[in-house]
Design a protein around this ligand. Structure first.
Ligand code: ADP
Ligand code: MG
Length: 614
């Protein structure tokens, strides 16, 4: 029998491939918008006619293409974004398959105009069903415009399969929203049949969400933010009071790419457990940032289904972060985190109080393990001053409390509510402390077991110290030997400039705000010089996401931030002295029960309860 296998001609292969990439006009919208973003455009215009069936056009002001690249871009597997298979594990771009333009050109009439910045003339290409019909020079602005006309003109079966204009338009708007949300700094507009549907200037995430979903969503947004080694989580969820009967606005982004994940969606619903009426759903806009090599985006042609290396860990982080934010913003009074720490600590009022009044009585024998109910009604404390290796580590971040209290006496009212913990004629524990898993410090109280989370405890201790020193001391700033210049983008300089006043209040001294950076000659006393850049960067990031909320003072926010970055980490071995010292300091705090961000700091298990477990 004669040989029967033959290679498919390119245009047929492209049409088949197109079936995977392009299901409907919205798929074209997604691919073209992503190409514009990869081309580093900062203004992108989408023009649609008849639900995209007759025209999808994207105009960008990005880097454009050379004449050769313009032609090549329509070849299958033609991409400028990866060169070798390993690049797949370090993707920085939206596209990488190099098949979108080839697929689109196989099933539509495409008109491309593109010009690079340094060229006088650009190039015009017209392609129909994979065939180049026209190629000529053209005067066109820097960037690229791709118009995709009459989608599926050569595959009537597919064209007839398209849904009504309403449905197809909805799909387009969905894609537009996903891309626009992931890139709030890029300005986007959408025109449908000459009507302007969206015009979104460059803005921050909250403004972008409001720009897309309307002013009313603004009050419902609860910011979330968590940074761990595995994932950085940022964004907003909505107050359960405003839950909706439709799934509505639920957005997950991984490394700024919209993803679908039932699994992670479940983590959110789980965090809302007990807060939503049946069949009501929260909205969310959650951005996950993971190392590029820990995510596989390659598993689906439209790249909305991705695989994370540490999926279950990410699940629990999302769940606890969301839960925590709902608690912290006092949205869920019945949850664990039923108090707003910011409001609890009255240092803000102390700030304006008369600092001259020397009213402190120092109880040098203070011991949290000893029965002394009175010591909790008024914290006349002075923690043991022990110098250890660990103290030395933190020496430039900690304030010497003894010195502080001696020099700037202050009377602090305590609302310590756990007095019962130490009430019942308890004595100093027989064996003092030991560490579990380098995470928790266990201590044997006479009638109970105390388990302290070392990281959270230290955060609380540092937080109160910082807050106290910022509000009570005048020496907030350490002068630098030489002025230091730090590079920032224009946008970021603008953010720093807007918050100049607050930053000065915590000790920054600015000499100059330039278009590409700042010059400073003073930094906060507690900040190490080598940490200044990352500190300012993370403040800028937070401000972009509006993390320092209205109900948190900038000072409180800064103190939390410094406390969490300087606190002794889980996994650190502590000597017995350090363990005891930390526990002492914790229980000298105004609010030892909760970390600055509202997490429980310790667990206390009475022995009779322990007994019942056996
Ligand atoms: P991919 O995005 O996966 O690389 P595409 O088929 O979408 O594949 O695009 C092919 C190539 O064409 C891209 O790698 C890029 O070099 C170029 N290109 C596409 N769109 C644009 C654009 N808007 N601006 C500049 N270059 C573009
Ligand atoms: Mg692409």
């Amino acid at each position: 029998m004669a040989d029967i296998i033959q290679l498919l001609p390119d245009h047929v292969a492209n049409q088949i491939a197109a079936g995977e990439v392009v299901q409907r006009p919205a798929s074209v919208v997604k691919e073209l918008l992503e190409n514009a973003i990869d081309a580093k455009a900062d203004a992108i215009k989408l023009i649609i006619k008849d639900a995209g069936k007759n025209l999808v056009q994207v105009i960008d002001n990005g880097i454009g293409m050379s004449e050769t690249d313009a032609r090549l871009s329509f070849e299958r597997h033609a991409t400028s974004k990866i060169t070798k298979a390993e690049d797949l594990f370090n993707l920085q771009t939206k596209g990488f398959r190099g098949e979108a333009l080839a697929s689109i050109a196989a099933i539509a009439q495409v008109e491309l105009k593109t010009k690079q910045e340094n060229q006088d003339l650009g190039v015009l290409l017209k392609i129909e069903g994979s065939k180049i019909i026209i190629q000529e020079p053209i005067a066109t602005p820097k960037g690229t415009s791709i118009a995709v006309k009459n989608l599926f003109f050569n595959i009537p079966a597919r064209r007839n399969f398209l849904k009504s204009n309403t449905v197809e338009t909805r799909h387009i708007i969905d894609e537009f929203q996903r891309v626009a949300l992931a890139h709030p700094k890029i300005s986007f507009s959408l025109l449908h049949n000459e009507n302007q549907i969206y015009h979104l200037p460059s803005q921050n995430l909250r403004q972008r969400i409001v720009g897309i979903f309307g002013d009313r969503i603004n009050d419902k947004l609860v910011p979330i933010s968590e940074t761990t080694d595995i994932v950085q989580i940022r964004g907003f969820v909505t107050n359960p009071k405003f839950a909706k009967k439709t799934r509505g606005e639920q957005f997950f982004f991984a490394n700024n790419r919209f993803i679908k994940s039932n699994y992670l969606n479940h983590a959110i619903l789980n965090a809302y457990d007990g807060l939503l009426a049946p069949k009501y759903y929260p909205s969310y806009f959650i951005f996950l940032e993971v190392p590029t090599n820990s995510i596989d985006i390659n598993i689906h042609p439209t790249k909305t289904e991705v695989k994370f290396e540490n999926e279950s860990t990410i699940y629990s982080f999302i769940r606890s972060t969301v839960k925590h934010s709902l608690g912290q913003y006092n949205i869920v009074p019945e949850l664990d985190f039923n108090r707003d720490n910011d409001l609890d600590v009255p240092y803000n009022t102390l700030q304006h109080s008369n600092k001259e009044t020397p009213t402190i009585t120092v109880n040098t024998n203070f011991n949290p393990f000893k029965t002394e109910t009175s010591s909790f009604t008024k914290t006349n404390y002075s923690p043991k001053k022990e110098t250890s290796k660990w103290d030395a580590l933190f020496v430039d971040t900690e304030i010497d409390m003894q010195k502080d209290t001696a020099e700037i006496p202050v009377e602090i009212e305590s609302d310590f509510s756990q007095t019962s913990l130490f009430n019942d004629n308890e004595e100093k524990p027989t064996s003092k402390t030991f560490q579990i898993n380098n995470r928790y410090i266990a201590s044997n109280l006479k009638n109970s077991l105390l388990l302290v989370n070392q990281n959270l405890a230290h955060q609380r201790v540092l937080f109160e110290k910082y807050l106290k020193s910022f509000t009570e001391t005048k020496q907030l700033s350490q002068q630098l030997l030489l002025p230091s210049e730090i590079e920032f983008t224009k946008q970021d300089v603008a953010i720093l400039f807007e918050n100049k006043q607050e930053l000065q209040e915590i000790g920054f001294q600015f000499l100059e705000f330039k278009s590409n950076g700042i010059i400073i000659n003073g930094i906060p006393t507690h900040l190490k010089q080598e940490k200044v850049l990352s500190f300012l960067e993370s403040i800028i990031d937070d401000i972009k996401l509006e993390v320092p909320e209205n109900n948190t003072s900038f000072l409180t926010y800064i103190c939390k931030k410094m406390a969490s970055s300087y606190a002794v980490k889980s996994g650190t071995t502590l000597t017995n002295n350090e363990q005891e010292h930390l526990i002492d300091e914790l229980f000298s705090c105004k609010e030892p029960n909760f970390s600055p961000s509202g997490k429980k700091v310790f667990i206390h298990l009475p022995f009779d309860e322990l007994e019942q477990k056996f």
